[in-house]
Design a binder for this molecule. Structure first.
Ligand code: GDP
Ligand code: IMO
Ligand code: MG
Length: 415
Protein backbone atom coordinates (compact mmCIF):
# COMPACT_ATOMS: atom_id res chain seq x y z
CA UNK A 1 0.00 0.00 0.00
CA UNK A 2 1.29 3.45 -0.86
CA UNK A 3 -1.21 5.66 0.92
CA UNK A 4 -2.21 4.85 4.47
CA UNK A 5 -3.83 6.60 7.39
CA UNK A 6 -2.91 6.45 11.06
CA UNK A 7 -5.88 7.09 13.27
CA UNK A 8 -6.59 6.87 16.99
CA UNK A 9 -9.62 4.69 17.78
CA UNK A 10 -10.29 5.88 21.33
CA UNK A 11 -10.19 9.33 22.96
CA UNK A 12 -6.72 10.30 21.73
CA UNK A 13 -3.26 9.55 23.15
CA UNK A 14 -3.23 6.00 21.77
CA UNK A 15 0.38 6.26 20.61
CA UNK A 16 -0.21 7.70 17.12
CA UNK A 17 3.00 9.71 17.34
CA UNK A 18 5.10 6.67 18.14
CA UNK A 19 3.54 4.57 15.37
CA UNK A 20 3.83 7.38 12.81
CA UNK A 21 7.53 7.68 13.65
CA UNK A 22 7.97 3.89 13.36
CA UNK A 23 6.35 3.82 9.91
CA UNK A 24 7.95 7.05 8.69
CA UNK A 25 11.02 5.25 7.37
CA UNK A 26 9.01 4.15 4.34
CA UNK A 27 6.99 7.35 3.91
CA UNK A 28 7.85 10.13 1.47
CA UNK A 29 5.17 12.53 2.69
CA UNK A 30 3.35 12.73 6.02
CA UNK A 31 0.23 14.86 6.19
CA UNK A 32 -1.53 16.00 9.38
CA UNK A 33 -5.12 16.27 8.14
CA UNK A 34 -7.13 17.84 10.99
CA UNK A 35 -6.96 19.47 14.39
CA UNK A 36 -4.27 21.82 15.53
CA UNK A 37 -1.95 22.19 18.50
CA UNK A 38 -4.49 20.51 20.77
CA UNK A 39 -2.63 17.33 19.78
CA UNK A 40 0.35 16.07 21.75
CA UNK A 41 2.27 13.29 20.05
CA UNK A 42 5.30 11.95 21.89
CA UNK A 43 8.11 10.40 19.90
CA UNK A 44 11.03 8.78 21.70
CA UNK A 45 14.23 7.42 20.26
CA UNK A 46 17.76 7.01 21.65
CA UNK A 47 17.88 9.59 24.42
CA UNK A 48 15.55 12.05 22.68
CA UNK A 49 11.94 12.84 23.49
CA UNK A 50 9.91 15.10 21.20
CA UNK A 51 6.43 16.29 22.10
CA UNK A 52 4.89 17.37 18.82
CA UNK A 53 1.70 19.42 18.80
CA UNK A 54 1.39 20.63 15.25
CA UNK A 55 4.10 19.05 13.11
CA UNK A 56 3.61 15.54 11.73
CA UNK A 57 5.48 12.97 13.81
CA UNK A 58 7.69 12.05 10.85
CA UNK A 59 9.44 15.41 10.99
CA UNK A 60 12.40 13.83 12.78
CA UNK A 61 13.22 11.84 9.64
CA UNK A 62 15.10 14.19 7.27
CA UNK A 63 13.81 12.45 4.11
CA UNK A 64 10.15 13.06 5.00
CA UNK A 65 8.16 15.99 3.60
CA UNK A 66 5.92 17.13 6.45
CA UNK A 67 2.63 18.71 5.43
CA UNK A 68 0.08 20.65 7.47
CA UNK A 69 -3.14 20.01 5.59
CA UNK A 70 -6.12 22.18 4.61
CA UNK A 71 -8.33 20.64 7.33
CA UNK A 72 -6.04 21.90 10.08
CA UNK A 73 -6.24 24.97 12.27
CA UNK A 74 -2.83 26.52 12.76
CA UNK A 75 -1.38 28.53 15.59
CA UNK A 76 1.64 30.23 14.02
CA UNK A 77 3.43 30.70 17.34
CA UNK A 78 3.32 26.94 18.01
CA UNK A 79 4.45 26.21 14.46
CA UNK A 80 7.41 28.59 14.62
CA UNK A 81 8.57 27.26 18.00
CA UNK A 82 8.13 23.63 17.11
CA UNK A 83 10.11 23.93 13.85
CA UNK A 84 13.22 25.18 15.62
CA UNK A 85 14.79 21.79 16.53
CA UNK A 86 14.38 20.61 12.92
CA UNK A 87 16.26 23.13 10.77
CA UNK A 88 16.73 20.60 7.95
CA UNK A 89 13.13 19.38 7.83
CA UNK A 90 10.97 20.11 4.79
CA UNK A 91 7.70 21.54 6.09
CA UNK A 92 4.84 22.69 3.85
CA UNK A 93 1.66 24.41 5.00
CA UNK A 94 -1.69 24.45 3.22
CA UNK A 95 -2.90 27.80 1.94
CA UNK A 96 -6.40 26.67 2.93
CA UNK A 97 -5.73 25.75 6.57
CA UNK A 98 -7.31 28.18 9.01
CA UNK A 99 -5.40 30.43 11.37
CA UNK A 100 -5.85 30.30 15.12
CA UNK A 101 -5.44 33.88 16.30
CA UNK A 102 -4.69 34.78 19.94
CA UNK A 103 -8.31 35.81 20.58
CA UNK A 104 -9.53 32.34 19.61
CA UNK A 105 -7.82 31.06 22.75
CA UNK A 106 -9.52 33.77 24.80
CA UNK A 107 -12.89 32.76 23.35
CA UNK A 108 -12.18 29.08 24.07
CA UNK A 109 -11.32 29.80 27.73
CA UNK A 110 -14.41 31.99 28.10
CA UNK A 111 -16.73 29.32 26.69
CA UNK A 112 -15.21 26.75 29.03
CA UNK A 113 -16.38 28.83 32.01
CA UNK A 114 -19.94 27.74 31.23
CA UNK A 115 -19.70 24.76 28.87
CA UNK A 116 -17.12 22.59 30.73
CA UNK A 117 -16.01 20.34 27.87
CA UNK A 118 -12.51 20.29 29.30
CA UNK A 119 -10.92 21.59 26.10
CA UNK A 120 -7.21 22.16 25.72
CA UNK A 121 -7.98 25.91 25.54
CA UNK A 122 -5.95 26.18 22.33
CA UNK A 123 -8.72 27.99 20.49
CA UNK A 124 -9.63 24.96 18.38
CA UNK A 125 -13.44 25.17 18.68
CA UNK A 126 -13.70 28.94 18.07
CA UNK A 127 -11.39 28.72 15.02
CA UNK A 128 -13.42 25.91 13.44
CA UNK A 129 -16.60 27.85 14.31
CA UNK A 130 -15.28 30.84 12.39
CA UNK A 131 -14.42 28.55 9.48
CA UNK A 132 -17.91 27.03 9.36
CA UNK A 133 -19.46 30.47 9.86
CA UNK A 134 -17.52 31.59 6.75
CA UNK A 135 -15.65 34.35 8.55
CA UNK A 136 -12.27 32.78 9.41
CA UNK A 137 -8.80 33.57 8.09
CA UNK A 138 -6.93 31.08 5.97
CA UNK A 139 -3.17 30.76 5.80
CA UNK A 140 -3.47 32.39 2.34
CA UNK A 141 -4.34 35.64 4.13
CA UNK A 142 -0.71 35.84 5.27
CA UNK A 143 0.48 36.29 1.68
CA UNK A 144 -0.49 39.96 1.82
CA UNK A 145 0.29 41.87 5.02
CA UNK A 146 -2.33 44.59 4.59
CA UNK A 147 -5.02 42.09 3.72
CA UNK A 148 -4.17 40.01 6.79
CA UNK A 149 -4.31 43.06 9.06
CA UNK A 150 -7.63 44.16 7.65
CA UNK A 151 -9.22 40.69 7.90
CA UNK A 152 -7.86 39.85 11.36
CA UNK A 153 -8.97 43.20 12.82
CA UNK A 154 -12.41 42.75 11.28
CA UNK A 155 -12.75 39.27 12.79
CA UNK A 156 -11.65 40.50 16.23
CA UNK A 157 -14.21 43.32 15.99
CA UNK A 158 -16.89 40.78 15.12
CA UNK A 159 -16.03 38.96 18.35
CA UNK A 160 -15.88 42.30 20.21
CA UNK A 161 -12.31 41.65 21.30
CA UNK A 162 -9.44 44.14 21.25
CA UNK A 163 -6.73 42.92 18.95
CA UNK A 164 -3.91 44.69 17.15
CA UNK A 165 -3.40 42.65 13.98
CA UNK A 166 -0.57 44.89 12.77
CA UNK A 167 1.39 44.38 15.99
CA UNK A 168 0.73 40.62 15.83
CA UNK A 169 1.91 40.38 12.21
CA UNK A 170 4.99 42.50 12.88
CA UNK A 171 5.92 40.48 15.96
CA UNK A 172 6.14 37.39 13.75
CA UNK A 173 7.01 39.11 10.45
CA UNK A 174 10.45 37.56 10.01
CA UNK A 175 9.08 34.04 10.49
CA UNK A 176 5.99 34.71 8.38
CA UNK A 177 8.16 35.89 5.48
CA UNK A 178 10.32 32.76 5.83
CA UNK A 179 7.15 30.66 5.75
CA UNK A 180 5.66 32.22 2.59
CA UNK A 181 7.56 30.04 0.04
CA UNK A 182 6.32 26.94 1.90
CA UNK A 183 2.65 27.79 1.68
CA UNK A 184 1.20 25.43 -0.92
CA UNK A 185 -1.93 24.01 -2.49
CA UNK A 186 -1.84 20.65 -0.71
CA UNK A 187 -4.32 18.91 -3.01
CA UNK A 188 -2.19 19.79 -6.05
CA UNK A 189 1.03 18.84 -4.27
CA UNK A 190 -0.43 15.45 -3.31
CA UNK A 191 -1.72 14.86 -6.83
CA UNK A 192 1.79 15.30 -8.26
CA UNK A 193 3.38 13.19 -5.50
CA UNK A 194 0.87 10.37 -5.96
CA UNK A 195 1.36 10.37 -9.74
CA UNK A 196 5.12 10.19 -9.08
CA UNK A 197 4.55 7.02 -7.03
CA UNK A 198 5.42 8.56 -3.65
CA UNK A 199 4.26 6.96 -0.41
CA UNK A 200 1.97 9.10 1.73
CA UNK A 201 0.93 8.71 5.35
CA UNK A 202 -2.00 10.68 6.77
CA UNK A 203 -1.51 11.25 10.49
CA UNK A 204 -4.62 11.81 12.57
CA UNK A 205 -4.76 13.75 15.78
CA UNK A 206 -7.21 13.02 18.62
CA UNK A 207 -9.30 9.88 18.08
CA UNK A 208 -12.57 8.66 16.59
CA UNK A 209 -14.42 8.95 19.92
CA UNK A 210 -13.52 12.67 19.87
CA UNK A 211 -14.78 13.11 16.29
CA UNK A 212 -17.28 15.96 15.91
CA UNK A 213 -19.77 13.66 14.12
CA UNK A 214 -18.99 10.17 15.40
CA UNK A 215 -17.60 10.82 18.87
CA UNK A 216 -19.22 11.30 22.28
CA UNK A 217 -20.84 14.61 21.30
CA UNK A 218 -20.72 17.26 22.72
CA UNK A 219 -17.62 16.07 24.61
CA UNK A 220 -15.55 15.99 21.44
CA UNK A 221 -13.12 18.11 19.51
CA UNK A 222 -14.28 20.28 16.60
CA UNK A 223 -12.82 18.30 13.68
CA UNK A 224 -13.04 14.83 12.12
CA UNK A 225 -10.17 12.51 13.00
CA UNK A 226 -12.03 9.58 11.38
CA UNK A 227 -10.53 8.15 8.21
CA UNK A 228 -13.62 8.97 6.19
CA UNK A 229 -12.83 12.65 6.75
CA UNK A 230 -9.37 12.49 5.20
CA UNK A 231 -10.17 12.80 1.47
CA UNK A 232 -12.30 15.91 1.88
CA UNK A 233 -9.92 17.45 4.39
CA UNK A 234 -6.84 17.08 2.19
CA UNK A 235 -8.47 17.38 -1.24
CA UNK A 236 -7.94 13.87 -2.56
CA UNK A 237 -10.18 11.22 -4.13
CA UNK A 238 -11.43 8.78 -1.43
CA UNK A 239 -10.44 5.70 -3.42
CA UNK A 240 -6.79 6.75 -3.40
CA UNK A 241 -6.53 5.89 0.29
CA UNK A 242 -5.47 2.24 0.43
CA UNK A 243 -5.38 1.33 4.09
CA UNK A 244 -5.97 2.60 7.59
CA UNK A 245 -4.02 1.62 10.67
CA UNK A 246 -6.18 2.05 13.76
CA UNK A 247 -4.17 2.69 16.90
CA UNK A 248 -5.63 1.05 20.00
CA UNK A 249 -4.18 1.48 23.45
CA UNK A 250 -4.42 -1.85 25.32
CA UNK A 251 -6.66 -0.08 27.86
CA UNK A 252 -8.54 3.24 27.57
CA UNK A 253 -7.75 6.81 28.54
CA UNK A 254 -9.60 10.06 28.25
CA UNK A 255 -8.60 13.66 29.11
CA UNK A 256 -11.24 16.28 29.76
CA UNK A 257 -14.89 15.82 30.60
CA UNK A 258 -17.48 13.46 29.12
CA UNK A 259 -18.82 9.96 29.65
CA UNK A 260 -16.31 7.16 29.91
CA UNK A 261 -18.22 3.90 30.57
CA UNK A 262 -15.23 1.71 31.44
CA UNK A 263 -13.47 4.26 33.66
CA UNK A 264 -11.59 2.69 36.58
CA UNK A 265 -12.16 4.41 39.92
CA UNK A 266 -9.89 2.25 42.07
CA UNK A 267 -6.21 2.51 42.99
CA UNK A 268 -5.43 0.63 39.75
CA UNK A 269 -6.14 3.81 37.74
CA UNK A 270 -3.52 5.70 39.75
CA UNK A 271 -1.05 2.83 39.36
CA UNK A 272 -1.45 2.74 35.57
CA UNK A 273 -1.29 6.53 35.33
CA UNK A 274 2.05 6.59 37.10
CA UNK A 275 3.59 3.61 35.29
CA UNK A 276 2.54 4.82 31.83
CA UNK A 277 2.96 8.56 32.57
CA UNK A 278 -0.65 9.16 31.62
CA UNK A 279 -0.61 12.93 31.82
CA UNK A 280 -1.67 15.15 28.91
CA UNK A 281 1.25 16.30 26.77
CA UNK A 282 -0.54 19.53 25.87
CA UNK A 283 -2.12 20.50 29.18
CA UNK A 284 -0.40 18.33 31.80
CA UNK A 285 -3.79 17.12 33.07
CA UNK A 286 -3.97 13.59 34.51
CA UNK A 287 -5.61 11.24 32.00
CA UNK A 288 -8.60 9.24 33.19
CA UNK A 289 -7.98 5.48 32.93
CA UNK A 290 -10.36 2.70 31.92
CA UNK A 291 -10.59 -0.85 30.69
CA UNK A 292 -10.71 -1.63 26.97
CA UNK A 293 -14.15 -0.86 25.53
CA UNK A 294 -15.01 -3.07 22.56
CA UNK A 295 -18.34 -1.34 21.93
CA UNK A 296 -16.73 2.02 21.26
CA UNK A 297 -13.88 0.31 19.39
CA UNK A 298 -16.24 -1.57 17.06
CA UNK A 299 -17.97 1.75 16.40
CA UNK A 300 -14.62 3.43 15.68
CA UNK A 301 -13.44 0.63 13.38
CA UNK A 302 -16.72 0.76 11.44
CA UNK A 303 -16.98 4.52 10.98
CA UNK A 304 -13.34 4.67 9.98
CA UNK A 305 -12.99 1.61 7.76
CA UNK A 306 -9.94 0.32 9.59
CA UNK A 307 -7.92 -2.32 7.72
CA UNK A 308 -5.15 -2.94 10.26
CA UNK A 309 -4.58 -2.41 13.97
CA UNK A 310 -1.67 -1.51 16.19
CA UNK A 311 -2.07 -2.43 19.86
CA UNK A 312 0.00 -0.05 21.96
CA UNK A 313 1.09 0.10 25.61
CA UNK A 314 0.57 -3.65 25.95
CA UNK A 315 3.42 -3.67 28.49
CA UNK A 316 1.27 -1.61 30.88
CA UNK A 317 -1.33 -4.40 31.12
CA UNK A 318 1.02 -6.26 33.45
CA UNK A 319 -0.21 -3.83 36.14
CA UNK A 320 -3.61 -5.58 36.04
CA UNK A 321 -4.39 -8.74 38.01
CA UNK A 322 -7.11 -9.59 35.51
CA UNK A 323 -7.70 -8.08 32.06
CA UNK A 324 -11.25 -6.79 31.89
CA UNK A 325 -12.79 -6.04 28.50
CA UNK A 326 -16.17 -4.43 27.99
CA UNK A 327 -18.12 -6.61 25.53
CA UNK A 328 -21.60 -5.03 25.81
CA UNK A 329 -23.47 -2.20 27.49
CA UNK A 330 -26.57 -2.45 29.59
CA UNK A 331 -28.94 0.50 29.17
CA UNK A 332 -32.10 0.66 31.25
CA UNK A 333 -32.19 -3.13 31.59
CA UNK A 334 -31.49 -3.82 27.88
CA UNK A 335 -28.26 -5.26 26.51
CA UNK A 336 -26.95 -3.14 23.64
CA UNK A 337 -23.90 -3.37 21.39
CA UNK A 338 -23.77 0.13 20.00
CA UNK A 339 -22.73 3.56 21.27
CA UNK A 340 -25.85 5.56 22.18
CA UNK A 341 -25.96 8.85 20.28
CA UNK A 342 -27.33 10.87 23.17
CA UNK A 343 -24.92 11.80 25.90
CA UNK A 344 -27.51 11.19 28.65
CA UNK A 345 -27.93 7.59 27.47
CA UNK A 346 -24.18 7.06 27.11
CA UNK A 347 -23.70 8.39 30.65
CA UNK A 348 -26.10 5.73 31.98
CA UNK A 349 -24.71 2.61 30.27
CA UNK A 350 -23.31 -0.09 32.52
CA UNK A 351 -20.41 -1.99 30.98
CA UNK A 352 -20.59 -5.78 30.87
CA UNK A 353 -17.15 -7.32 31.10
CA UNK A 354 -15.29 -10.40 29.99
CA UNK A 355 -12.33 -11.30 32.14
CA UNK A 356 -9.08 -12.64 30.71
CA UNK A 357 -5.99 -13.83 32.58
CA UNK A 358 -3.22 -11.25 32.86
CA UNK A 359 0.56 -11.59 32.65
CA UNK A 360 2.56 -10.25 35.52
CA UNK A 361 5.88 -9.94 33.74
CA UNK A 362 7.95 -7.34 31.95
CA UNK A 363 7.38 -7.67 28.20
CA UNK A 364 9.04 -4.39 27.22
CA UNK A 365 12.15 -6.08 25.81
CA UNK A 366 10.34 -8.69 23.73
CA UNK A 367 10.85 -8.18 20.02
CA UNK A 368 9.09 -11.22 18.58
CA UNK A 369 5.41 -12.21 18.80
CA UNK A 370 6.24 -15.83 19.61
CA UNK A 371 8.10 -14.77 22.77
CA UNK A 372 5.11 -12.97 24.27
CA UNK A 373 3.49 -14.72 27.25
CA UNK A 374 0.43 -16.81 26.35
CA UNK A 375 -2.09 -14.48 28.12
CA UNK A 376 -0.72 -11.54 26.10
CA UNK A 377 -1.18 -13.50 22.85
CA UNK A 378 -4.69 -14.51 23.96
CA UNK A 379 -5.58 -10.85 24.62
CA UNK A 380 -4.24 -9.79 21.21
CA UNK A 381 -6.19 -12.46 19.36
CA UNK A 382 -9.34 -11.69 21.41
CA UNK A 383 -9.13 -8.06 20.21
CA UNK A 384 -8.37 -9.10 16.64
CA UNK A 385 -11.41 -11.41 16.50
CA UNK A 386 -13.74 -8.87 18.08
CA UNK A 387 -12.72 -6.03 15.77
CA UNK A 388 -12.32 -8.01 12.53
CA UNK A 389 -9.13 -6.19 11.59
CA UNK A 390 -5.64 -7.59 11.25
CA UNK A 391 -3.21 -6.72 14.03
CA UNK A 392 -0.08 -5.54 12.29
CA UNK A 393 1.88 -4.09 15.22
CA UNK A 394 2.15 -4.57 18.96
CA UNK A 395 3.92 -1.88 20.91
CA UNK A 396 5.56 -2.84 24.21
CA UNK A 397 7.30 0.43 25.11
CA UNK A 398 7.59 4.05 23.96
CA UNK A 399 10.71 3.61 21.82
CA UNK A 400 10.89 2.71 18.13
CA UNK A 401 12.60 -0.61 18.76
CA UNK A 402 9.93 -1.62 21.30
CA UNK A 403 7.62 -2.58 18.46
CA UNK A 404 6.67 -6.08 17.34
CA UNK A 405 5.76 -6.22 13.68
CA UNK A 406 3.34 -8.94 12.60
CA UNK A 407 2.83 -7.44 9.16
CA UNK A 408 4.41 -4.45 7.42
CA UNK A 409 1.40 -2.34 6.47
CA UNK A 410 3.29 -0.73 3.57
CA UNK A 411 3.72 -4.19 2.08
CA UNK A 412 0.18 -5.37 2.80
CA UNK A 413 -2.20 -5.88 -0.06
CA UNK A 414 -5.29 -3.76 -0.30
CA UNK A 415 -7.92 -6.33 0.64
P1 GDP B 1 -0.69 10.18 20.68
O1 GDP B 1 -1.35 11.46 21.05
O2 GDP B 1 -1.66 9.19 20.14
O3 GDP B 1 0.51 10.35 19.81
O4 GDP B 1 -0.18 9.54 22.06
P2 GDP B 1 0.66 10.33 23.16
O5 GDP B 1 2.06 10.49 22.67
O6 GDP B 1 -0.05 11.54 23.62
O7 GDP B 1 0.56 9.30 24.37
C1 GDP B 1 1.12 8.04 24.31
C2 GDP B 1 2.18 7.92 25.42
O8 GDP B 1 2.56 6.58 25.57
C3 GDP B 1 3.46 8.67 25.10
O9 GDP B 1 4.05 9.10 26.29
C4 GDP B 1 4.33 7.61 24.44
O10 GDP B 1 5.73 7.87 24.58
C5 GDP B 1 3.93 6.39 25.21
N1 GDP B 1 3.94 5.12 24.51
C6 GDP B 1 3.65 4.87 23.19
N2 GDP B 1 3.65 3.54 22.97
C7 GDP B 1 3.95 2.95 24.16
C8 GDP B 1 4.04 1.58 24.59
O11 GDP B 1 3.86 0.63 23.82
N3 GDP B 1 4.33 1.37 25.91
C9 GDP B 1 4.51 2.39 26.79
N4 GDP B 1 4.79 2.07 28.06
N5 GDP B 1 4.42 3.68 26.42
C10 GDP B 1 4.12 3.94 25.13
P1 IMO C 1 -3.84 13.68 20.56
O1 IMO C 1 -3.64 13.99 19.11
C1 IMO C 1 -6.55 13.56 23.97
C2 IMO C 1 -9.76 16.53 24.01
C3 IMO C 1 -9.74 17.60 25.09
C4 IMO C 1 -11.23 17.79 25.30
C5 IMO C 1 -11.78 17.68 23.87
C6 IMO C 1 -11.99 19.01 23.18
O2 IMO C 1 -2.64 13.89 21.41
O3 IMO C 1 -4.44 12.33 20.73
P2 IMO C 1 -10.31 20.75 22.08
O4 IMO C 1 -9.19 21.54 22.69
O5 IMO C 1 -9.89 19.88 20.96
O6 IMO C 1 -11.48 21.62 21.73
O7 IMO C 1 -10.83 19.80 23.29
O8 IMO C 1 -10.82 16.92 23.15
N1 IMO C 1 -8.53 16.45 23.19
C7 IMO C 1 -7.63 15.46 23.29
N2 IMO C 1 -7.57 14.42 24.14
N3 IMO C 1 -5.62 13.69 22.99
C8 IMO C 1 -5.69 14.72 22.11
O9 IMO C 1 -4.88 14.81 21.05
C9 IMO C 1 -6.71 15.69 22.26
N4 IMO C 1 -7.03 16.82 21.60
C10 IMO C 1 -8.17 17.27 22.17
O10 IMO C 1 -9.10 17.13 26.25
O11 IMO C 1 -11.76 16.72 26.04
MG1 MG D 1 -1.47 12.78 22.66
Amino acid sequence: MKRIAIVGLQWGDEGKGKMTDVLAKQADLIVRYQGGDNAGHTVKFDTYTYDLHILPSGVIHPHVISILGPGMVINLETLFNEKKPFPHATIKVSNRAHLILPFHKTLDAKKEETQHIGTTKRGIGPTYSDKINRQGLRVASLLNKNRFIHEANALAALHQIDFDAKAYYELHEKEIIALLPHIIDVSKHLDVAIKDGKTVMFEGAQGVMLDISHGTYPYVTSSSPSVSGIPSQVGMAPWLLEGALGIVKAYSTRVGEGPFPTEIHTELAHQIREVAHEYGVTTGRPRRIGYLDLISLKHAVRVSGITHLAITLLDVISEMDEIKVCKAYELDGNIIDEVPAHIDDLSRVIPIYDSLPSFKEDISKITSYKDLPEPAKAYISYIEKALHAKIAYVSVGPKREQTIQLENIWEASRD
